[in-house]
Design a protein around this ligand. Sequence first.
Ligand SMILES: Nc1ncnc2c1ncn2[C@@H]1O[C@H](COP(=O)(O)OP(=O)(O)O)[C@@H](O)[C@H]1O
Ligand SMILES: [Mg+2]
Length: 733
Amino acid sequence: MNLHGEKTPKTRPGKQVRPQGGRMHGPMGMGGPVEKAKDFKGTMRRLLSYLKPFRVGLTVVLLSAILSVVFSITGPKIMGRGTNILFDGVMSRVVSRQVEEAFGGTVPAWLDKDTLLLMLDALGSEELAAMTAAGEVDPAAVSAAILARGDERLAPIAASIAQMPAADVRTLLLSFSSGDAARISDMLSGMDIVIGGGVDYARIGRILGLLVGIYLLSAFFGWFQIWVMAGITQKTVYALRKHVDEKLDRLPIRTFDSMPRGDLLSRVTNDIDNIQQTLSQSITQVMTALLTVVGVMAMMLSISPLLALVSLVTLPLAGVVAMQIAKRSQKQFAIQWESTGDLNGHIEEMFTGHAIVQAYGKQEEAVQRFDAHNARLFSSSFKAQFISGVVMPVMHFFNNLNYVVICVVGGIRIAQGTISFGDLQAFIQYARQFTQPIAQTAGIFNMIQSTAASAERVFELLDEKEETPDAGMVPEGPVAGDVRFEQVSFRYEPDIPLIEDMNLAVEPGRSVAIVGPTGAGKTTLVNLLMRFYEIQEGTIRVDGTDIREMPREALRQPIGMVLQDTWLFKGTIRDNIAYGRENATEEDIREAARAAYVDHFVRTLPDGYDTILEDEGSNLSQGQRQLLTIARAFLAQPRILILDEATSSVDTRTEAIVQRAMARLMEGRTSFVIAHRLSTIQNADTILVMDHGRVVEQGRHQELLDRGGFYSRLYQSQFTRAQDEEVAPPTPA
Ligand SMILES: Nc1ncnc2c1ncn2[C@@H]1O[C@H](COP(=O)(O)OP(=O)(O)O)[C@@H](O)[C@H]1O
Ligand SMILES: [Mg+2]
């Protein structure tokens, strides 16, 4: 293709309404108003279809997630076992010491845990309590009462009590009265007590080792899951980007003209980024969060259904409160969102129009408007942050409440011997893990919604109507440059007539000047010849061939365009000129540069042809940029040349140079020149005078002046002699 200028002749830079980035979520997934997709289900299904080729990978991700969660969830339970061993060990030692005291310094060999419990039951019985209450105790009677319970394991105790002094027996019985013995026996029944034993540190060490191993495994699978998902995401997004890029190539210029530039850009960049982030993070997070909730719930139920119920009661309570607060802050977030947009828009406007603002002395006003926007942003941000900031403390409060209830109920259960100390500890850990993934899922759901909105916009772009496919053959031989419009009619909008029944014949090598007021349809004519837009009626022929019957590239290849908007890319001056033709040699480039009068000024630059053009050539003057695009056209050696107001934004002195370069470029080529400059128009072979899409007059300069019609009036008002003074020719390059 041979475009020497911006591909889109008419772009209306649209103000971007959607804030960039799009992720302003507060805590607990609250944040700005979440954009919603119009068709959430359909969009998600289509997005997921991009993931279909990775079914195996996704299964691996799911399995890793399961393993990671299972390992991490077993942690507290194993830890609880360690705690139990430690606690039971300590309790064993305490109990052994008590037993030693009671049996005069030795632990009897027959005394194991069950016997101890039986003994506690017997000593704490109502019968013996009644005996102690009566005053003096008879060891023989006590021994008989114990034996009367009928368990032979109690025989050694009965025997040793029978031999104890009466006073000692009384003290022993007193210490077990008032239900203490029963309580201690209940509590000990739930423990793994070894009389005469202690803490098994070796076992605790093994458990700690196991714990480290399990957490390492969990971390490994967590990492593995993210690693696999990252690969899948990148491949998916790569495919999506490729689709979009290919689509952009097939879209007619009409789409680019009718879609605000910011919107289009944001679809190809922000929206795809948004999708990428969600795929790489949210999917794994949702998986992990859901699995964690389910797993933790199962563990909690298995440890204690009662405690699980207690923790579940506070959950909806917390949820309701959080929702209420969220609703309130949502409003403030919306205002914050909006005022951020306003403020940024204002700043952007003031920066880009800095010179104009200064020129009109509007600094004061600009500052005032900034202050107003800033104040609004301050107040809404403050409220939004404040209100949403309340959520976390409230959640903490409910969590702590939960914690207290669990501790109290759990403590009672330990005393009753129905739950072990380690299990309660594990349960508390689970309860703490429980709320987080739920809150996380809520936040992720918002993200998924905003992603669906992004995906929908990308898919909308992918569904845009495409150019009609290229048809026909590449005409053989060099292009002569004969251009004909035959009864051409065209409208941008179906109900706004523009070009009607236009006829025009330009022989090879002739120059046509197109003049007319703004909006007359001059650029439109170029758009039609380039087939940026398709005509509705009539035929346009190049060298006798209907342009619809040749591939677009074949049509555009021999056409060179120089536009008012100079399009230069970031790169060296050499590369920018060489854009006009592939495989151009250094000598070709220099020659084109000389012909376009750029060689001289380029050589005065410190880096010469290697000078890097920054930011579309902002380090050059407008005239220099224009000359560069002309040099590019020179290099391309087009057969047909289009110059659309190429000199309208350069100063008079530079214009003369540009003019000269253009005149040289036009030599021997069929050229269409849209210009204000009289000399170009005067020397043109034909002047087309356009108004409201029609060619109102056609002829040579003098003829048209003599006719005294539209052209002559235009000429009188526009092309005064003073404007057209010749300027000294440039120094030869
Ligand atoms: N892409 C477009 N979509 C709709 N209308 C357009 C488009 N481009 C130009 N027009 C309209 O067509 C008319 C001719 O525009 P144009 O050919 O650019 O005029 P000019 O003679 O100034 O180059 C104008 O009324 C303009 O508003
Ligand atoms: Mg125009």
